[in-house]
Design a protein. Structure first.
Length: 221
């Protein structure tokens, strides 16, 4: 077994250079030898696609790859601008529901109203909010819809749990949420005064039919 050297012995083996000793600087650069190019300086390589397939290493000239028959041509499809032509008068509708607070119905109703307006439907809003929580800019937008003037017999959408009044000159549509398996008889009576009923799920449709609600029911997610 080899004996370990002491710290003193190891210290004697160290080579300590003199402070006055000048280091010799090597001129030039040390190149890492590459087996493919160490035999000659004018080694050539072949680059597929170049007009000149033999290019000397080290040249500053740059050549671009030209298209070949094997390279598929990619075409970018550009859609032309389309214009919507309306062959008839724009749609109009009344919309009753909460729009000025942060309840689930209010958020949904604002999305529906703004969405209809963006698609060219003139909406007159009848707000039934019990509080005002939205910012001033949104209040001004809702007020703009409240001031719209449309025919009294235009369709009216009641987007709420149950409306207090169901009197209207035109078509009456209830957009309501069903979260229970049974309905109160007063609720059923008001829904039966509607011309159409919209629900967001098949569950709601099933509950209404089982509760003897007779107007046509449409699932509107």
């Amino acid at each position: 077994m080899t004996e370990l050297k002491s710290a003193y012995e190891l210290g004697l083996e160290r080579i300590i250079s003199s402070k006055n000793q000048k280091e010799e600087k090597k001129e030039g650069f040390d190149f890492i030898p590459i087996p493919e190019f160490d035999d000659r300086e004018d080694k050539v390589i072949e680059i597929p696609g170049y007009t000149d397939c033999k290019e000397k290493v080290g040249t500053n000239e740059t050549k671009f790859i030209e298209e070949t028959e094997d390279m598929p041509e990619e075409k970018i499809k550009v859609e032309e601008n389309s214009t919507i032509h309306y062959d008839q008068e724009l749609l109009k509708c009344h919309f009753a529901g909460s729009t000025k607070n942060y309840s689930g119905y209010s958020k949904m109703n604002r999305n529906i109203i703004f969405g209809l307006s963006n698609r060219g439907v003139m909406v007159k809003v009848e707000d039934v909010s019990d509080s005002i929580e939205i910012n001033l800019d949104t209040q001004k937008q809702i007020q703009f819809f409240e001031n719209n003037d449309i025919p009294s017999d235009a369709p009216k959408i009641y987007s709420m749990t149950v409306p207090n009044s169901v009197t209207h000159d035109g078509k009456k549509i209830a957009y309501t949420m069903i979260e229970s398996s049974t309905l109160h008889k007063d609720y059923i009576g008001k829904l039966n005064l509607m011309d159409e009923i919209w629900v967001p799920s098949k569950f709601g449709e099933k509950v209404l039919k089982n509760s003897k609600v007779y107007p046509p029911i449409f699932v509107m997610p």
